[in-house]
Design a protein. Structure first.
Length: 171
């Protein structure tokens, strides 16, 4: 796979036209921040390591916002994996435990590789479809209404809470 995604080569219009690139870029940035935290912890540069780990958890939260629950079981499992990694990073930050960060890094690396392969497969499939002249058929989505994204629900609850606090302070 010699066509590896390089964040410096991605144009803003590419992201707008192909939102799946956002996920790929977030995985790359997550790996970068995990590497930084892993490097900083043994040097006892805890403040900088803390910032890197907080950034990691911000990225995981953003990835959670992007989950399409109509994808079914895979979406549910991905949500659980993101939550697990979030908790492990938090625990690593509290305990100053690099082994937990390495575990998360291994998981993110596997996700990144799988996502890159999926992007490559889609790219190759679209090239072969355009060469054959055949039209692509959409994949059937899960029946029924999609579940509500818990990350969006959490954000909405936070907004309601803040609004109630503002009203309470005005009284």
């Amino acid at each position: 796979m010699d066509d590896v995604l390089n964040p410096q080569d991605v144009e803003l219009s590419d992201i707008h036209d192909r939102p799946e690139l956002i996920t790929a870029l977030l995985y790359k940035k997550l790996l970068e921040k995990l590497d930084a935290a892993i490097m900083l912890m043994p040097q006892r540069r805890y403040l900088e390591a803390n910032r890197a780990m907080q950034h990691c958890n911000d990225i995981l939260t953003r990835l959670g916002f992007g989950i399409k629950y109509e994808a079914g079981v895979i979406a549910d499992q991905l949500e659980l994996l993101y939550k697990y990694m979030f908790d492990r990073i938090h625990e690593a930050n509290m305990k100053k435990d690099i082994s937990l960060l390495r575990e998360v890094r291994r998981l993110v690396r596997e996700l990144d590789e799988a996502w890159s392969q999926a992007l490559q497969s889609v790219k190759q499939a679209s090239v072969s479809v355009s060469q054959d002249g055949a039209t692509a058929r959409p994949v059937a989505s899960r029946m029924g209404t999609p579940r509500f994204n818990p990350y969006q629900q959490r954000e909405m609850e936070q907004e309601v809470y803040q609004h109630e606090q503002e009203i309470h302070l005005k009284k």
